[in-house]
Design a protein around this ligand. Structure first.
Ligand code: ADQ
Length: 730
């Protein structure tokens, strides 16, 4: 079984130095627990920072730590100095990327030094991985601190299997574009085979930035980077359900529950638990609670808010200011509404042990999770899993978790009144309804646990690996290539069927731009003049263009997917009528008016609507609308609607490249047939040639063809070999 190399900023162990000795503690973060079962079931190695500044360590210390981590825990440390931490981690990661990706552009700091440190540390992480990597390993990189690592590894090891998971939101293009290093970050990520996000929206934002900034098109979440398919997909991270659901029965948790119960008396408990981060909406939450006490005096001395905040990034200025603000607001609320013996807010500024956290989840009547932006938010899920009886979750719609926990009371955290109303609703909701809502959420959380999340990601990454292998085997390997050349050389009568756009030349924005160059024309002429060769260019283009471009060459031509052929003279394959065109033309014209960048290409017996220059989102919407209209309108004609690469073509349904191929195939007995094409219309040709000859598809994806070639360049190289010394007999 393949090994998994996990790479994240922090290792899942914490190191502490006490009285000159090092102590190692397993950290219990979501990712660490989630990956632990993968960790147990197959060999895994973790690479990351051990959480202690390296300039405080002697070289002996480092050697000791490395030995312990490697031998005992399968962890490989990347040591970071205090300077690295402040520029790469606190700097670029947490002062540039974090605020921008959480829609806080006003907090973003751009600093060239931060960026240089980020590049440098990413390179060091990648080097570490490359040091330990063996053939067959799967590399799984985590989160925004390491966005450049996939590409660095890819450049050193082009065949590596690399996955990346993004734990925080990916912002919309309008925001992402403001980042000076937007291009480098996207290129960094595109080095992976699989890029995962918590929600579909984040994946969509990423794909839209990829399209607008790097010009990459995607097809159902898959795009091509340097001849390699990359998949973008969603994997909503779950939690260790059983751990939280069973905690209630743990004697330590029971003890904690009793302890806390003694202190909270009969108050209804509202719980709030987060890292103290400005994305978590803590001041807004306090504001809403204050509003509740103000507008609903009946709740005074009846409820308490237990606010647990884990200190976080305390060296970053915005976090220090937030801490002051929260302290001040809590002081104000307690001063304003507190009475002797009752404080409306109980504030714990620390990390809690699991038993205490579970006890609080169990006790709380309401859990208030209202981040202004959050990639997923695991606290919401943990609360629902842990809660034994009724207890209502109030959840911000700005969290990834709200996509899965729709039975909670969903709120806009910026709307204080709405949050206040939600609190009232939660406090007053009848037990039966709460339990019903929670049951639905619980069963969902039980099914999609963090363990399953990890397994699904790895399975998908293995799929990608298989697809690469399949492509390598479907690619024209050297041995098959030599056999092809040998068969070509031995044959006396050879038929070569070539599609044009996308096969001999790359696809262009406008059809006119794809004119063949001198080299290509020379190559085709040489191929066509080899005795025994018959070359046919089969294209969707009209015959005027084909005549202009290839008229002088001794080749067969097929225009408009075979409505017209030139086998000696131009002729129609069968009588056709273009009478339908006028009506359909006017329909498509309406779409041209409404879709900037699109245009109509009119041929004798077909019409094509091109939209390559149109933005991909608008294009995708319009093409569906147009096809819907056309299906309805063409019902009475004998027409076919063909969806190609950024083009919709309407033509007579009897015309296709398969019929053209058949025309030439049946002309005589051939000893060698080769057909090359790139899109759906070429599949008819591949089907007809079948095992009579060689069928080659340019690009990836499902095909009837026997081999895949990566690019038009590979086609040209093959044709050159045919006419050159190796294969041609000229
Ligand atoms: P975080 O922003 O850290 O994670 P979250 O998803 O809520 O946020 O996870 C926090 C974890 O810390 C939870 O497992 C929780 O139990 C624990 N925790 C919180 N307060 C605690 C306390 N006082 N004491 C002890 N434990 C406490 C990032 C992204 C999120 C994304 C996760 C996972 O920002 O959006 O959900 O990664 O991908």
């Amino acid at each position: 079984m393949n090994r998994i190399l996990i790479v994240s900023n922090r290792l899942p162990v914490m190191i502490e130095r006490r009285k000159g000795s090092f102590f190692y503690r397993q950290s219990t973060g979501g990712v660490a627990t989630g990956l632990s079962s993968l960790y147990k079931n197959r060999e895994s190695i973790w690479t990351g920072w051990p959480g202690i500044a390296s300039n405080r360590l002697s070289s002996e210390d480092k050697a000791e730590i490395t030995e312990h981590l490697e031998n005992e825990l399968n962890c490989h440390p990347v040591f970071l100095s205090q300077r690295d931490i402040s520029l790469y981690y606190e700097g670029f990661s947490n002062k540039t990327v974090w605020p921008l990706f959480h829609y806080f552009p006003q907090y973003v700091v751009y600093d060239r030094q931060y960026w240089r440190a980020y590049q440098n540390v990413n390179e060091r992480f990648a080097e570490k991985v490359l040091d330990i990597m063996r053939e067959g390993d799967l590399v799984w990189i985590h989160d925004y601190q390491l966005m450049l690592v996939p590409r660095i590894i890819r450049q050193a090891k082009p065949e590596a299997s690399i996955g990346y998971f993004h734990h925080i939101p990916f912002p919309s293009y309008e925001l992402f574009r403001t980042l000076p290093q937007r291009r480098e970050l996207l290129e960094g990520l595109a080095g992976a085979d699989l890029i995962g996000f918590h929600t579909y929206d984040y994946a969509r934002h990423f794909l839209s930035s990829l399209h607008r900034i790097l010009g990459y098109e995607n097809n159902l979440g898959q795009f091509t980077e340097a001849d390699r398919p990359v998949r973008v997909d969603t994997f909503p991270m779950g939690i260790d359900y059983d751990r939280f659901a069973n905690a209630f029965h743990d004697p330590n948790v029971q003890k904690e529950i009793k302890n806390i119960k003694k202190r909270v008396h009969d108050y209804e408990v509202i719980l709030s638990v987060d890292r103290l981060d400005y994305t978590k909406g803590v001041p807004q939450r306090l504001e809403a609670y204050r509003e509740l006490l103000k507008t609903h005096p009946e709740f005074r001395e009846k409820i308490i808010l237990i606010m647990v905040a884990v200190p976080s990034r305390t060296r970053v200025e915005h976090y220090q200011r937030l801490k002051d603000q929260v302290d001040e607001m809590i002081g104000m609320i307690n001063g304003e509404y507190g009475t002797i013996g009752w404080s409306p807010v109980w504030y714990l500024y620390r990390s809690l042990p699991f038993a205490t956290l579970s006890a609080l989840y169990n006790l709380a009547d309401v859990c208030l999770v209202t981040p202004v932006r959050d990639g997923m938010n695991l606290v919401a899920k943990e609360y629902v899993a842990a809660k034994q009886d009724g207890g209502m979750l109030v959840l911000s719609e700005m969290t990834g978790a709200s996509r899965e926990l729709g039975e909670a009371i969903i709120v806009n955290p910026n709307n204080h009144e709405e949050v206040t109303d939600a609190l009232v609703q939660a406090l007053k909701m009848n037990e039966h309804e709460i339990i019903q809502r929670n049951q639905v959420m619980k069963s969902r959380l039980r099914r999609y646990t963090v363990d399953r999340w990890g397994r699904e990601f790895i399975e998908r990454l293995e799929d990608m690996k298989d697809r690469h292998l399949e492509m390598l085997t479907k690619g024209l390997a050297e041995t098959s290539r030599q056999t092809l050349l040998l068969n070509y050389r031995r044959a006396a009568a050879r038929l070569i069927l070539l599609d044009y756009d996308g096969t001999l030349v790359p696809l262009q924005h406008t059809p006119e731009k794809a004119k063949p160059g001198e080299n290509l024309l020379r190559l085709i002429r040489r191929l066509a003049t080899v005795p025994g060769n018959e070359v046919v260019v089969i294209s969707g283009r009209d015959r005027t263009i084909l005549e202009n471009w290839f008229g002088d060459l001794p080749v067969g031509l097929a225009a408009e997917h075979g409505a017209w052929i030139r086998d000696g003279e131009w002729m129609m394959m069968e009588p056709l009528s273009g009478a339908w065109k006028e009506e359909i033309y006017s329909i498509i014209e309406r779409y041209v008016d409404r879709t900037p960048g699109s245009f109509i290409e009119e041929k004798e017996f077909s019409l094509a609507w091109h939209y390559r220059k149109t933005g991909s989102e608008l294009g995708a919407i319009r093409v569906r609308e147009l096809i819907d209209d056309l299906i309805y309108l063409t019902a009475n004609f004998n027409l076919q609607i063909l969806e190609g690469d950024k083009v919709v073509e309407i033509k007579d349904s009897g015309v296709n490249k398969g019929r053209v191929a058949m025309h030439w195939i049946t002309k005589r007995a051939w000893d060698f047939i080769l057909a090359a094409g790139d899109d759906r219309t070429d599949e008819d040709m591949f089907a007809v040639v079948d095992d009579r000859g060689y069928t080659l598809k340019v690009g990836f994806g499902e095909t009837e063809a026997r081999y895949n070639l990566k690019s038009q360049k590979e086609v040209a190289r093959l044709l050159e070999d045919l006419v050159g010394g190796k294969g041609g007999n000229d």
